[in-house]
Design a protein. Structure first.
Length: 561
């Protein structure tokens, strides 16, 4: 017997074999059983979810010699003819190759006569949205006043492209994308019956690549089995289908939860080496985090786009991180979405987004510390808060007086005592020596101006510890050893973008320099209050401000006794 491709071989022959379209199947079964037959149906949905298969099953159900039957017998001559595509009364037409108006006229002409043998004449018109305007008009006449024996079943992947005049005369059934778990289970069954040896992980990757389409997924299973001479290994599945294993996302999320920067850097490098599109990866990761959030809220596992195994593993990670922090992580990641999408250096933007998220656990530790939940002694010293101990006298630490301003905009703290910034302000920290009318707004305008030409550069400027414009010089403060900006600004195009933005924001003579965050100088002996701007340079202080949405009013030396 000649080899038959699996997708064709496993095409459903009756309603019970249709995967993932329970609502449609139930409605159609009932319609046939109760003989409430519409004259026109529209089946819409992505490719490979069973639209034309269900159309044929419906045609069989209507015409089965032992029917009309909610489930065709698949045994009588009529059923067999329809399955074989040789029935005179079930006409299957692909609109893509049949779009001319003359062809449609010829078809509608022939439909005026009753069925040759069967109960109904059934016309299955696939990809109906591809008919020309005139062809639709020719079709409309008979759809408007169909003879009793005639049933139209239109199928389309784009129901929005079907004219309203046709749509309004159809009973529409939307075919769903088949859920990942269901698809993986179905593939498992097919593989077993076809004696293909394949692991669960590979099955999931294939199901994922099928993207909700049963036909595509089975075709992929077929290809991989041919490639591996009847067996499929996980490595081949990953390599050939390029499926990004959800385990990678789980590793990233675990690393974010643990503040593990190294793992994040390793994974982003690997993703880049493997040639993944960072925008795609970021989008998928957001969905994955959302799933984690749902798991924290006790979501129904059946409804998640993952296998039960993965849901269990992710559930454990999500629980360890905790709902509140997951929510913060997602919120932070969402803020980076546009930067990742638009950036010329999307891989870098992705890495920054993940690394920023990985800083959250530390911020939460500070939050707990300030709330008094955690004994001071249990916390490692926070180096940035400690000035170098002067040689001669006892160390003094600046103390931050934090005041939560109820009026503060959520999400983004007003870092200046002066006017609050807008929520969408991309700059995390903006300070100024104060020789401009509204320094924070000016810095935000500056970053926006850079972003118009150089998205990645703007993203990284937003990630700088602070921007301070004073006496004609913009100081860009970066963490010690962070050479990224410096290296990028060695490139003429970036430098030019920066200088143009400087000129546009302040004046053409304005200059810039990169400064590394320094450990603060020791307090002068009697300095009771230090200018708040200096404190803004400190990333830990900024972190605290970001959590509480407060502002720094004054900085006082701490009295150790
Ligand atoms: Zn039959």
């Amino acid at each position: 017997m000649a080899y038959q491709v699996l997708a064709r071989k496993w095409r459903p022959q009756d309603f019970s074999e249709v995967i993932g379209q329970e609502a449609v199947v139930t409605a159609l079964r009932n319609a046939v059983a109760e003989q409430r037959i519409a004259h026109a149906y529209l089946f819409s949905g992505i490719r490979g979810v069973g639209k034309t298969s269900v159309a044929r099953i419906l045609a069989k159900g209507l015409n089965c010699e032992r029917g009309p039957a909610a489930e065709p017998c698949n045994d009588c001559d009529t059923c067999r003819e329809i399955t074989a595509g040789s029935s005179f009364d079930v006409i299957e037409v692909d609109a893509a190759t049949y779009s001319k108006v003359e062809q449609v006229r010829e078809l509608t002409e022939s439909l005026k006569y009753g069925p040759a043998h069967a109960r109904f004449k059934v016309v299955i018109l696939d990809e109906i949205h591809r008919l020309s305007r005139q062809a639709f008009d020719a079709l409309l006449k008979i759809v408007e006043e169909p003879p009793d024996h005639l049933v139209f079943i239109f199928a389309t992947t784009e129901s929005s492209a079907v004219p309203a005049t046709i749509l309004s005369r159809c009973q529409e059934f939307r075919f769903r994308r088949v859920a990942l778990d269901q698809l993986a289970q179905h593939l498992e069954m097919v593989a077993k019956r076809e004696e293909i040896s394949v692991g669960r992980s590979a099955l999931r990757i294939i199901a994922q690549a099928g993207d909700g389409s049963v036909r595509d997924a089975i075709a992929l299973l077929d290809q991989l089995a041919t490639f591996g001479s009847g067996s499929i290994d996980d490595g081949d599945a990953v390599r050939l289908l390029g499926g990004l294993d959800q385990r990678v996302f789980r590793d990233v999320l675990t690393a974010i939860g643990a503040g593990d920067r190294k793992t994040i850097a390793d994974i982003t490098m690997r993703i880049e080496e493997q040639g993944w599109d960072p925008r795609f990866v970021f989008g998928e990761f957001l969905s994955y985090c959302r799933m984690a959030l749902h798991l924290c809220l006790g979501a129904d596992l059946e409804r998640l786009e993952t296998t039960r195994e993965e849901a269990d593993a992710l559930g454990a990670v999500a629980k360890a991180i905790g709902y509140e922090q997951l929510l913060r992580t997602l919120n932070l990641l969402l803020q980076s979405e546009m930067a990742v999408r638009r950036s010329e250096s999307a891989a870098l933007a992705l890495e920054i987004a993940w690394l920023r998220a990985a800083e959250l656990p530390k911020l939460v530790a500070i939050e707990a510390l300030l709330a008094g939940n955690s004994p001071l002694s249990a916390q490692p010293p926070v180096p940035e808060l400690q000035p170098k101990p002067p040689a001669s006298h006892a160390p003094k630490r600046p103390k931050v007086i934090n005041k939560t301003t109820p009026a503060a905009a959520p999400g983004r703290p007003p870092l200046e005592a002066a006017p609050s910034q807008s929520d969408s302000d991309p700059a995390p920290s903006i300070g100024s020596g104060g020789d401009s009318d509204d320094p924070s707004e000016a810095c935000a305008r500056f970053i926006a101006a850079v972003g118009r030409n150089r998205q990645a550069l703007a993203a990284h400027l937003s990630g700088a510890n602070s921007l301070t414009y004073s006496a004609g010089v913009l100081r860009i403060s970066v963490p010690p050893g962070d050479n990224w900006l410096r290296e990028r600004l060695d490139r003429a195009a970036n430098r030019q973008a920066l200088e143009e933005a400087l000129a546009a924001t302040w004046n053409p003579d304005a200059s810039w320099k990169i400064v590394e965050d320094e450990v603060p100088e020791p307090e002068p002996k009697n300095a009771a209050v230090r200018a708040p701007q200096e404190t803004h340079m400190n990333p830990r202080v900024q972190a605290v401000l970001e959590i509480f949405g407060g502002s720094v009013e004054a900085v006082e030396p701490r009295n150790e006794t």
